[in-house]
Design a protein around this ligand. Structure first.
Ligand code: UD1
Ligand code: CA
Length: 455
């Protein structure tokens, strides 16, 4: 079976009250449409057609990719009209229709739906709802076979009592779809070309409309306003949290934890409250992440400890290294095994060797720091001259006293020591002591100034 997927994403989304097209609103850091495309790709289709209309340029710009065919629907004349725009491009035998504003649909559910497409049969995803107001209703004949879908606005009182709702997601034979969509009319209460009318056509053509249901009704829930968007967000996060817990992560509170990317975890990981993981984050065994940390595009090797309120981006933390509380590790930071970064320390494009330490209040930018080297409190690299960035290179076993200014480019070789309060501007050789500060002068008999009396 060859498959193509059509994603409807042309609608306006007035109730979002936003300049951003509805399908670009984010769930877990990715647009709703981005999530649908991600799931669609996992079904390995020949091509994905995205029907766009409102905010078409913005959508195309944000999501452009080789496997996506954007099809413009100039006027939003209905879901059937939208699908019809994509039909001329379809070359495969099966078409799956998805929605850009229904982001939580699970790949497993779609696989079950696609299994229903066999000769003489198509697949429809339906959902049992306590209150199906607004949904198209699934009409079944006396044998329980689907015979039609009736839109809420077109339904009789008796039909409105049906609790089985149409999710809109369906899988059909491509050759039939072309015929059906060409025969749709807009002779209904809303004056729209309804995709749902193809169900009755299929039945009239002798096809069986077989149905599947999602395990979880939230999978087929759309977001029309920001309240619904927030509900989908929380649902996504709880689901992501459950997956991590199943893999051996303790979450202190799954309701206060957010994933906005792809996370790989080991076992016996502990994550405290209000942690946000973004982008690609790899967390190995026995890692502990304290409360209020943001960790983006980083790798935390076995046994790393991140203490409260740390912000880590584009960093690699070696086995048993630790950072925080209040550490800021910026892109290009590498901590080798057992390196230690303490409070109010900022690192950028800095390499901290095995067992090296920067315990307090430091800025280390564009720096190469050897094993076991100790950086005193208040030390900064002066890496920027206003035009160019320069490198600071420290060897192994260096001891930088407190409150040093290391004016790059500068080299401090293995075993060297710098005195507290030094401004280091030139090379310090192996095992030398560098003192780069004014000598202390003590003045005897010093009289403090007296307060001037105002007349
Ligand atoms: C649709 C279904 C309904 C189902 C419900 C589930 C039809 C006629 N009705 O109703 O049976 O219960 O979804 O939520 O299909 N879109 C376009 N172009 C258009 C019209 C719509 O791209 O011309 C897109 C919208 O952006 C949206 C989706 O299709 O993502 C559904 O459209 P919407 O108008 O919300 O359909 P409903 O009235 O909710
Ligand atoms: Ca809708």
């Amino acid at each position: 079976m060859s498959l193509e997927i059509v994603i409807l994403a042309a609608g306006q989304g007035t109730r979002m009250r936003s300049a951003l097209p509805k399908v670009l609103h984010p769930i877990a850091g990715n647009s709703m449409l981005g999530h649908v495309i991600h799931s669609a790709r996992q079904l390995d289709p020949q091509r994905i057609h995205v029907v766009i209309g409102h905010g078409a340029d913005a959508v195309r710009e944000r999501l452009a990719a080789d496997d996506l065919n954007f099809v413009l629907q100039d006027k939003q004349l209905g879901t059937g009209h939208a699908v019809a725009q994509a039909v001329p491009f379809i070359q495969s035998d099966t078409v799956l229709v998805l929605y850009g504003d229904v982001p939580l649909i699970e790949v497993e559910t779609l696989q079950r739906l696609l299994k229903l497409v066999v000769p003489g049969q198509m697949g429809l995803l339906t959902v049992e709802l306590d209150d199906a107001t607004g949904y198209g209703r699934i009409v079944r004949d006396t044998d329980g076979k689907v015979s039609a879908i009736v839109e809420h606005k077109d339904a009789t009182e008796a039909q409105r009592a049906i609790n089985e709702g149409n999710t809109g997601i369906l899988a059909v034979p491509a050759d039939r779809l072309a015929d059906w969509t060409s025969r749709l009319s807009n002779n209904n209460v809303q004056g729209e070309y309804y995709l749902t009318d193809v169900i009755e056509m299929a039945v009239n053509d002798g096809l069986v409309v077989a149905t599947e249901q999602p395990h979880d009704a939230m999978e087929v829930q759309g977001a029309n306003d920001r309240k619904q968007l927030s509900e989908l967000e929380r649902h996504y996060q709880l689901r992501a949290g459950r997956r991590l817990m199943a893999q051996g992560v303790t979450l202190r509170d799954p309701a206060r934890f957010d994933v906005r990317g792809e996370i790989t975890v080991g076992r016996d990981v502990l994550i405290d409250i209000n942690v946000i993981l973004e982008g690609k984050v790899v967390i190995e065994d026995d890692v502990v992440i304290g409360p209020n940390c943001v960790i983006k595009d980083s790798t935390l090797r076995k046994g790393v400890v991140i203490k409260a309120n740390s912000h880590i981006e584009g960093a690699i933390l070696g086995e048993g290294s630790d950072a925080g509380p209040f550490a800021r590790l910026r892109p290009g930071t590498v901590l080798e095994a057992r390196a230690h970064v303490g409070n109010f320390v900022e690192l950028k494009n800095a390499h901290l060797g095995e067992g090296a330490k920067a315990g307090h209040l430091a800025y280390l930018g564009d720096a190469e720091i050897g094993a076991r080297t100790n950086i005193g409190a208040g030390t900064i690299t002066c890496n920027y001259d206003g035009v160019n960035k320069w490198k600071t290179v420290l060897g192994a076993d260096v001891f930088i006293g407190s409150n040093n200014s290391l004016v790059a480019p500068v080299d401090i070789l293995d075993g060297a020591t710098t005195a507290a309060g030094s401004t280091i501007t030139s090379t310090v050789d192996k095992s030398q002591l560098a003192i780069g500060r004014a000598r202390q002068k003590n003045i005897d008999g010093w009289k403090r100034p007296e307060k001037v009396k105002k007349s």
